[in-house]
Design a protein around this ligand. Structure first.
Ligand SMILES: O=CC(=O)O
Length: 332
């Protein structure tokens, strides 16, 4: 256990966006932290490098989703560890039960990334509906010939049934935005019926109904034991052959090989993925090379404003945890 005179040893597994980095350095200086920070933004800190640092002692850990914080990490950190703060809203890379059992508070970054992620969900939905990936490639490949009234025809959002899997903050913000495009009906499936669904005139339905009736299905749920691999081949076959699937949640909500098969066999029309398994997805992966699939490199929250806000919140969570105060955003 660190005594009050021992400087807190803080491990930060990546360089933070500007505002968070400045705040981190200010706090480190003010509170005399021993700051151990991975400074390379091109290459991730490896698990081995991280464990090596944890072995030397950790009062606080600030991480992202590339390193799993599990029982092994917590056992190595021992009683000295006072806080884990992740610069993500999703906490599926963290063994939350073990943290709870050890009474280590966990901070995350909800709220501040909702708008950016919902914007990206809309962008991806439009990109898939209007075949933007194919269109851009056609320009680069010299396939842009005479104006052809039947070339690269997409589908409209107006008049469609929008399904949302997971009507949390991001699901609701996505639904609000897509409502403005004139969807005729909005259905959702979540752990339970949500009163806030009234804001989008959303109708709570079973998963089976959601799959069967959605023209566009946006996956916005968190990844946990009940959502992992929730969408497999059977579920995909239950969808309309004209349906479009968009995933801004986590790759593992879908059985990815099943999605590839369903897209190949025309069980659904097209997909847009901001999340995959693994990340990064190898460029040779079939999903990265299918005409009816657009893959983005997990950029849901990637705006200057949002990444700065996330980094500041993550640092504030870290400081609060180290000081034994209530965090601005504790994961419950
Ligand atoms: O996916 C990103 C996050 O969870 O913040």
């Amino acid at each position: 256990m660190a005594t009050t005179n021992t400087p807190a040893r803080v491990i930060v597994t990546f360089p933070l966006p500007e505002q968070g980095q400045r705040l981190l350095e200010n706090y480190a200086c003010k509170h005399d932290w021993e700051l151990i920070q991975w400074r390379d933004s091109e290459i991730n800190m490896t698990r081995g490098q991280f464990l090596d640092q944890v072995n030397r002692g950790a009062d606080g850990i600030l991480c992202k989703m590339t390193i799993r914080i599990d029982e092994d990490v917590l056992a190595r950190a021992g009683d000295r560890l006072k806080v884990v703060s992740t610069m993500t809203v999703g906490c599926d890379h963290i063994d939350c039960c073990s943290l709870k059992a050890r009474n280590v508070p966990l901070g995350h970054t909800p709220g501040v990334l909702t708008d950016a992620t919902a914007d990206l969900a809309v962008a991806l939905t439009l990109a898939v509906c209007r075949r933007l990936g194919e269109a851009m490639q056609a320009v680069c490949n010299g396939e842009w010939g005479a104006w052809n009234p039947t070339w690269l025809l997409g589908t409209e959002i107006r008049g469609k049934t929008l399904g949302v899997l997971g009507l949390g903050r991001i699901g609701l913000a996505t639904a609000k935005r897509l409502r403005a495009f004139g969807v005729s009906r909005l259905i959702y499936h979540s752990t339970k019926e949500k009163p806030e669904a009234a804001q989008v005139d959303g109708e709570f339905v079973t998963l089976e109904q959601l799959l069967r009736e959605s023209d566009i299905l946006c996956i916005c749920c968190s990844l946990n034991a009940s959502t992992r691999h929730m969408i497999g081949y059977t579920q995909l076959c239950a969808m309309k052959p004209t349906a479009i699937l968009v995933n801004v949640a986590r790759g593992d909500v879908i059985v990815q090989d099943d999605l590839e098969r369903a897209l190949r066999e025309g069980k659904i029309a097209a997909a847009g993925l901001d999340v995959t398994t693994p990340e990064p997805l190898p460029p040779s992966h079939p999903l990265a090379n299918m005409k009816n699939c657009i893959v983005l490199p997990h950029i849901g929250s990637a705006t200057v404003e949002t990444r700065n806000a996330m980094s500041v919140l993550a640092v504030e969570n870290l400081l609060a945890g180290l000081q034994g105060r209530k965090m601005p955003a504790e994961y419950v």
